[in-house]
Design a protein around this ligand. Structure first.
Ligand code: AMP
Ligand code: FE
Ligand code: FE
Ligand code: ZN
Length: 271
């Protein structure tokens, strides 16, 4: 009985709450047979996950989720099957993480000015990728928000008191970084990012290989529309749980086996 194929999940290397080994354990228990580790702007968890999966009937695919822009829109480019040691990729991701740290520091300043002080050292206390979820958890812990959702609604969402614009690579640059490292790229949660038809065409021209059709925050109607768009643009329909450790489960979305093989065949690295 083959397991599920999940191309999107997070660990403590970015904003997930479980370690790479814990995520692997959950995935194995849930019957996942292929799992891509796709942390925000880092590949640091890939090796630990592969190590933890050794001897299990679970294949770990090297992955990453790169925040990028198309026009004024923020989108997330998923990269898969690349060489995680590729020097240009490693250097690019390191610079994106540095920009995340600078942004987090500015957000802490603004939050302080608006009466929600946090300890900057605590915010920056990670070797991984700092993101707004880290700030959200601390805002809750310090009593500045009742829960995670309120932290975003009141403080961290776009236009809220803590909000700071972040500099990001252009989408075509993010795709080129992944492909240059021997991988293939797909667009994460297209509907969540409100990506439109003409933008999909531009992304396909820029070398995109897949569209994340199956994602927990996209309903059946949305999936049907995206599946048609993928077919007409020659993109594979990918699937991802976007598991962050507290809700849902690895493997709750699963990619079609044949589509997975075609998607992987587009990669030039032997990963
Ligand atoms: P950042 O990359 O620092 O801008 O943070 C974005 C991340 O925060 C996303 O990848 C989600 O994991 C999470 N996120 C964004 N908006 C929300 C929200 N409204 N509620 C909960 N999590 C969110
Ligand atoms: Fe996230
Ligand atoms: Fe995302
Ligand atoms: Zn994600």
């Amino acid at each position: 009985m083959p397991g599920t194929i999940d191309l999107h999940c997070h660990t403590t290397a970015s904003d997930g709450v479980l370690s790479p080994a814990e995520v692997v354990k959950r995935a194995a228990e849930a019957g996942v047979s292929v799992l891509a580790i796709t942390d925000h702007d880092t590949v640091d968890a890939v090796e630990a996950a592969a190590e933890a999966a050794r001897g299990l009937a679970l294949r770990i695919v090297p992955g990453v989720e790169i925040s990028a822009r198309i026009g004024d829109k923020e989108i997330h480019v998923l990269g898969h099957f690349f060489d995680p040691r590729d020097p240009a990729l490693v250097a690019g991701l390191a610079s994106f993480r540095e920009k995340r740290r600078e942004r987090a520091a500015r957000m802490v300043e603004q939050l302080r000015a608006h009466g929600a002080p946090l300890d900057l050292e605590e915010v920056l206390d990670t070797d991984g990728s700092v993101g707004r979820p880290h700030l959200a958890r601390l805002l809750v812990a310090r009593g500045h928000a009742r829960d995670f959702r309120e932290a975003f609604d009141r403080w961290l969402g776009k236009g809220k008191p803590g909000w700071v614009e972040r500099s990001m690579p252009a989408a075509h640059e993010a795709i080129a970084l992944v492909r240059g490292a021997g991988g293939v790229a797909s667009l994460a949660h297209p509907r969540l990012s409100k990506v439109e038809g003409d933008e999909l065409v531009a992304l396909a021209r820029a070398g995109l290989s897949g569209l994340e059709v199956d994602h927990p925050h996209q309903d059946e109607d949305v999936r049907r529309t995206l599946r048609l768009a993928a077919r007409s643009l020659g993109l594979e329909a990918t699937a991802g749980s976007d598991f962050h450790g507290s809700e849902g489960s690895p493997g709750q979305e699963s990619m079609d086996d044949e589509a997975f093989r075609r998607y992987e065949a587009g990669a030039s690295s032997s990963a």
